[in-house]
Design a protein around this ligand. Structure first.
Ligand SMILES: Cc1ncc(COP(=O)(O)O)c(C=O)c1O
Length: 491
């Protein structure tokens, strides 16, 4: 690390970060107590006048009784025991953990932006104009003719997109019951197809990590409703044969679905719509710097080619045919609602602000830097990085080490680990996506952390993390028996 007191980078080697996470506990060594455990007061709420049955109302509530500084400290402490993109690098492959610029929060906080969704169209023309504007931006970015903003996450967008494909085939009198998904795809692709009632046909990858054209030819036929694909794929490799792939699927009467999780690699340079994709979702929280989805609450707009537009979810926003403002309407063969109203508006408005601020040159610049950063970092690591050259992300192999242990140990060096153990086509996968937000110095610190861990023994890895507020947690129990409320904690 630099010896320069001003912090300037005076060497080529940025070194590993020094790191120790805060650990706030009460006198019983319990983590920072909940607000309701600190100090409470009984507040009368006057349930007497309520029209609800007596057993659903109460006369008083126990509420936290804290001063503003106590409240501010509580949340600051929690943030100090956490790790986020504002703490340090966060190269969580496929998740595109960008920094969310604060000006977009200001835009979302404009009071006039938070209008009640049931208000009549004439009284919310500004809001509808911004929605139509975002639909237009996204359509142009993806090369799609119409866009719905309604789905609340990428996975929800996939499901909505597959429902649209299904409705389209049914309207054409076609009974197709299979969706083809490559083995490198995200788990949500398989889940969305299955949830929509399809049989999922898993497509093996070719040796170069891309779609195996012979296998695709064999898998696709008159039962194929769609192929779901992301390009670049989850190994960060561009599907160079995308036109041939589109031809195979279309010739069989199927549709091509684009998983937009990797759109950050293409922004302003190439468009799924021009590659032959018919339907796509946009993970606005990955590509357009809004808080992350993880199934929601994010936003996963869906774009379609014109022949699929009549099937979009309802309500949909459009410019009034007579050109006097905007309106909500139900598309002719709409698949119905996939979420309330027009979607998670306060997330979407941040995406609108981000796109408007960057403009076409800014978006193209973002993807160029994301690709440059991934390729630079890949060349700096001691771990083997099969495949390449890459787009916005790459997958290294932890080799003899367990990728999950590597991930835990990286936290001790003050960096967030990459995504691990996926895709399974690379053993002990470390799927890494630095994004465009990092500069060379941070990338070098990240590489130094990877390399430090690569040289460590099993005992050290097994004991990790040691510098975080919580040591290694039981992830399976956390996922299967989550305690999501303070009542559950009491139980
Ligand atoms: C390739 C890919 N597809 C789909 C999704 C699902 O997106 P979301 O988290 O918004 O539901 C993800 C999420 O990480 C992803 O990486």
């Amino acid at each position: 690390m630099s010896d320069d007191p001003d912090g300037a980078d005076t060497s080529d080697d940025a070194g590993t970060l020094g790191y120790q996470q805060a650990r706030w506990t009460d006198s019983d060594q319990r983590y920072e107590p909940l607000l309701s455990e600190k100090d409470t007061t009984e507040v009368e709420v006057g349930g007497d006048d309520s029209p609800l049955p007596d057993d659903l109302t109460r006369d008083s509530l126990e509420l936290p009784a804290l001063s503003e500084p106590e409240l501010a400290r509580h949340y600051t402490r929690l943030s100090q025991m956490n790790y986020g993109v504002e703490s340090g690098p966060f190269p969580l492959g496929s998740c595109t953990m960008k920094y969310n610029p604060k000006f977009t929060e200001d835009v979302a906080a404009i009071p006039d932006g938070a209008v009640h969704p049931d208000r009549p169209d004439d009284s919310v023309q500004g809001t509808l104009a911004v929605m139509a504007g975002l639909q237009d931006y996204l359509g142009r970015i993806g090369g799609m003719d119409a866009v719905t903003l309604q789905p609340p996450a990428g996975a929800a967008g996939e499901y909505a997109g597959i429902l649209i494909a299904k409705a389209y085939h049914e309207a054409n009198g076609e009974d197709r019951d299979e969706i083809v998904v490559p083995d490198t795809a995200h788990g949500t692709n398989f889940a969305s197809a299955a949830l929509a009632g399809y049989d999922v046909v898993e497509l093996p990858s070719a040796e170069d990590g891309r779609v195996d054209l012979d296998a695709l030819d064999a898998a696709v036929g008159e039962d194929t409703a769609a192929l779901m694909l992301t390009n670049p794929n989850t190994l960060g490799l561009f599907e160079r044969d995308i036109e041939t792939i589109a031809g195979i699927v279309h010739d069989a009467g199927g549709l091509l679905y684009y998983d937009g999780a990797n759109l950050n690699a293409l922004l302003g340079r190439a468009r799924p719509g021009d590659m032959g994709f018919d339907i796509m979702h946009y993970n606005v929280h990955k590509t357009f710097a809004t808080p992350h989805g993880g199934g929601g609450p994010g936003a996963g707009p869906v774009g379609v080619k014109s022949e699929l537009a009549p099937f979009l979810p309802s309500p949909h926003v459009r410019e009034r045919p007579e050109g006097s403002g905007y309106e909500r309407y139900e598309p002719e063969h709409s698949v119905g609602k996939v979420h309330g109203f027009e979607g998670n508006w306060l997330v979407l408005i941040k995406a609108y602000a981000y796109i408007a601020r960057l403009g076409d040159p800014g978006l193209a610049d973002a993807s160029a830097k994301a690709v440059l950063n991934a390729n630079y970092l890949a060349t700096q690591l001691d771990y083997e990085v099969p495949f390449g050259p890459f787009h916005h992300e790459f997958v290294a192999s932890a080799g003899e080490q367990d990728a999950a242990d590597v991930a835990k140990r990286m936290l001790d060096y003050g960096v967030h680990p990459p995504t691990t153990k996926w895709p399974e086509t690379v053993g002990e996968a470390l799927m890494t996506e630095p994004t465009e937000i990092e500069g060379k110095r941070t990338l070098d610190q990240l590489a130094a952390a990877f390399d430090a861990v690569a040289g460590e023994d099993d005992t050290t890895l097994d004991a990790a993390p040691t510098e975080t507020s919580a040591r290694r947690i039981d992830q399976v129990a956390a996922a299967r028996t989550p305690r999501l409320s303070w009542q559950a904690l009491d139980e």
